[in-house]
Design a protein around this ligand. Sequence first.
Ligand SMILES: Nc1ncnc2c1ncn2[C@@H]1O[C@H](COP(=O)(O)OP(=O)(O)O)[C@@H](O)[C@H]1O
Ligand SMILES: [Mg+2]
Length: 403
Amino acid sequence: MFSLGLTDPLNVLALIAFLTTALVITRLVSNVRKSFQEIEVLKDQLRLAIDTIPALVWSALPDGSRDFLSRQWLEYTGLSLEKGLGWGWTAAIHTEDRARCVDEWRAALATGTPLESETRLRRADGDYRWFLLRGVPLRDELGNLVKWYGTTTDIEDRKQAEEAVRQTQAELAHVTRVMTMGELAASIAHEVNQPLAAVIANGNACLRWLAGEAPNLDEAREAARRIIRDGKRASEVVARTRALSRKTETEKERLDLNEAIQEVVALVQGEVRRNRVALRLDLASDLPPVLGDRVQLQQVVLNLLMNGIEALSAVGDRPRVLVISTQSGAVDQVHVTVQDSGSGLDPQSLDRIFEAFYTTKRGGMGMGLSISRSIVENHGGRLWAVANDGPGATFQFTLLPYH
Ligand SMILES: Nc1ncnc2c1ncn2[C@@H]1O[C@H](COP(=O)(O)OP(=O)(O)O)[C@@H](O)[C@H]1O
Ligand SMILES: [Mg+2]
């Protein structure tokens, strides 16, 4: 009889073992297949999630080369995946932003700290929009950086709103500057009339030296020189007045702050005399040049000097002293200090005075300090006030040196 040989208990055992093994392997295989399917499903879900995130998504290797760019990234820039991977994506950055943006990315790579960078990216149709690039490093259990994940978010609307605010601020600054110049008009006119009167006097003298049998040419020449000097003085005051009243776009340049201050001082001389203020200049001879907009920074100095003069105008029982000084700070900064011996500030008002429309003066607008502060902050500096030990107040601002 045909026998399966199952009478041998060992054979039965072997068969059971075989069947069990086969079952386990089949299970395992189907599990693996199932997990592969699950992984595929997860992958699809992840891709869907990435493709629906309202941002352009990317990932990069620790060396900074991009190894993934989302569909939107490619659609926005119009670059192909092959073109965009590695460092190819930087071709989409606006040429004016590229060096800075790449530097910021390299700095993040070097330090392993999250990236935050604002830049314009070229759209497929050639338009540019502002984006915020954010990247965070992923580390393994040992703390090794294994990958960067990042998003690139459209911030064009925010940028445009910021630009509108900036524009409005600039216009407001211009209006208040013109108003301050208006307050100064009488003393500036005086500042021009004085040299003009001297021009006339010297002109007459010159004619007299030239008249007669033996004209005194040396004296006549001297008088002519004084005419030229005074004419220049008058035209400089006019030119400065016009420069300060003009409406200008912000234009940051390498600036000699001491010189800019001296020009403003020349404009307030009349007010200083009229209010019997002793104005002292204490300008550092080794002051490094700053990066700034001449007219705007002169507006700050003008505001502080005018406030100082106004705070001194009521002082009757002590000297009316106003000191403007410049110092190069220990840290990479330039300091300007305007100190007066005037009415002073109580501690509660130290911050309020910088609010728009805060004023304690009858005809005051309360815009001077608020505008001055935003100008200084726009220059990367700070403006603040401290009460003096003695009477009066000290205003101080910092600026960055030109590099
Ligand atoms: N040097 C100063 N000494 C005392 N108080 C000052 C001084 N500068 C400004 N203030 C105070 O801050 C307020 C706001 O100044 P500002 O913004 O220039 O506006 P305004 O001069 O039109 O009042 C002033 O009204 C005054 O109360
Ligand atoms: Mg003021």
